[in-house]
Design a binder for this molecule. Structure first.
Ligand code: IMP
Length: 426
């Protein structure tokens, strides 16, 4: 069973890049299965600080092949920019290192314009998207009118198809939203050139995975965003438009559940969220400000300040359930150092009744009414950056981690204790 799936257990930004980085060292293939350049994490390599949005995190390991799977949505122009950025930093990023599944859907410049237009129309009810065109591209996928990466094999036919979709989008921008339209000939020319440059990267994604599994290769599936941003199981409508949970790896890459060995959920030692939507344990006080400051809680993709709050075990139990988690990777435990006491939400109260199960399916209005029921644990003062064994953590930090295991029923198998690449306990 050679597949490991790594997912975000909260609202994204859990620090998955660090954990993927550790797992990728022992993988043959790292595969992205959902989302697009709405994701983002910063890596430090060869003295450069690089922000990756589309290319899987295995790119830093020369032995790893990186697959952008069929469940993703890819902006070809942004992918080329990212490839150029990697190569400028001395990291080989050619077709032998990066494979693009022919079944991946494409994001056109007009998808981005439509993303902005939808958000503007929603006004006070806006989702707070990353404005990367994710929702409109997945909407066109579901409507069966979108372009797929495989079409880039034939630049002429691709240019013609792109022209058709850009023209349709322009009609929407102009007639529905009264907005300026895209310059179609210019966009087609850029897309045609991108197609020629990306064609060598194309593979049949499911066939590539099947062959790798037959050869006993270890595939690490790298989830983007987090469980509560899942289109079906997240806090709809304040979600992204893809399957972020572990099941998304199966549909997004094209293999069956029997190949899966482990499912790792990555969770911050507290909770953050970017964009709009309910957040039961949000802290709008000085403690929330401290978490944001100490944890550098600003988005990699948009730079927006993240909303911060206490750890929510209701969310983590839910993540354990919908993903089938076999282990939890707890990141940024060091950020909690210095807080006199820590709270963990263990259940919610809703109109006088106690709720144990995260009420995702009942919708955001009901969730907005949920009041967290907290348990309070002692904090610790010590800096954790140099700790490399769990038994060397301060007693209060050990107790905090142990309580998370009890509340979720999932063992904590990785603990992040500082920003340095090697600052973790495994
Ligand atoms: P979209 O994915 O750009 O459509 O945005 C939908 C929601 O998902 C918004 O609340 C975004 O802030 C959130 N989101 C999308 N990608 C990420 C991510 O990588 N980390 C955290 N939140 C994200």
């Amino acid at each position: 069973m050679p597949v490991t799936i790594l997912v975000g257990a909260q609202w994204g930004d859990e620090g998955k890049g660090r954990v993927v980085d550790d797992y990728a060292a022992r993988a043959d293939i790292v595969a992205r299965y959902n989302g697009g350049d709405n994701a983002g994490h910063t890596i430090v390599a060869e003295g450069h600080t690089l922000a990756l949005h589309l290319v899987p995190s295995g790119i830093l390991y020369p032995h790893v092949v990186n697959l952008i799977g069929g469940g993703t949505v890819v902006n070809p122009l942004r992918l080329l920019e990212e490839i150029a950025m990697l190569e400028a930093a001395g990291i080989p990023a050619g077709p032998e290192r990066i494979k693009l599944a022919a079944g991946a859907h494409l994001i056109l410049p007009t998808h981005r314009a439509l993303d902005g237009a939808h958000e503007k129309r929603l006004a006070g009810r806006a989702i707070g998207t990353t404005q990367r065109g994710i929702g409109p591209a997945y909407a066109d996928k579901a409507a069966r009118i979108n372009l797929r990466a495989g079409q880039m094999r034939d630049a002429d036919a691709f240019a013609e198809a792109a022209e058709g979709l850009l023209t349709t989008h322009n009609a929407h921008l102009e007639k529905l939203y009264g907005l300026p339209t895209a310059d179609v000939p210019q966009a087609v020319a850029a897309l045609r050139e991108a197609a020629q440059r990306l064609a060598p990267y194309l593979v049949d994604g499911a066939a590539f995975v099947a062959e790798a599994l037959a050869q006993g290769k270890h595939i690490l599936c790298e989830g983007a965003q987090g469980t509560l941003l899942d289109l079906d199981h997240g806090t709809y409508p304040f979600v992204t438009s893809s399957a972020t949970i572990a099941g998304g790896a199966l549909t997004g890459l094209g293999f069956g559940p029997s190949a899966v060995r482990e499912v790792i959920g990555v969770a911050k030692a507290y909770t953050t969220r970017v964009g709009a939507g309910p957040f039961p344990t949000e802290l709008l006080d000085e403690t929330g400000e401290q978490l944001r400051r100490v944890g550098h809680e600003y988005g990699t993709t948009t730079g927006r300040p993240r909303r911060c709050g206490w750890l929510d075990a209701v969310i983590l139990r839910y993540a354990a359930h919908v993903n089938g988690l076999t282990g939890l990777a707890l990141t940024k435990l060091d950020v909690l150092s210095g807080l006199p006491e820590l709270k963990i939400a263990v259940a919610y109260e809703y109109r006088g009744t106690q709720v144990e199960h995260f009420p995702a399916e009942w919708g955001s209005e009901m969730l907005a009414e949920m009041q967290p029921i907290y348990e309070t644990l002692p904090g610790w003062e010590e800096d954790l950056g140099a700790v490399r064994r769990r038994e060397d953590l301060p007693a209060a930090a050990r107790a905090y981690v142990a309580r998370i295991e009890e509340l979720t029923g999932v063992p904590v198998i990785f603990i992040g204790v500082g920003p340095a690449r090697e600052a973790f306990i495994r």
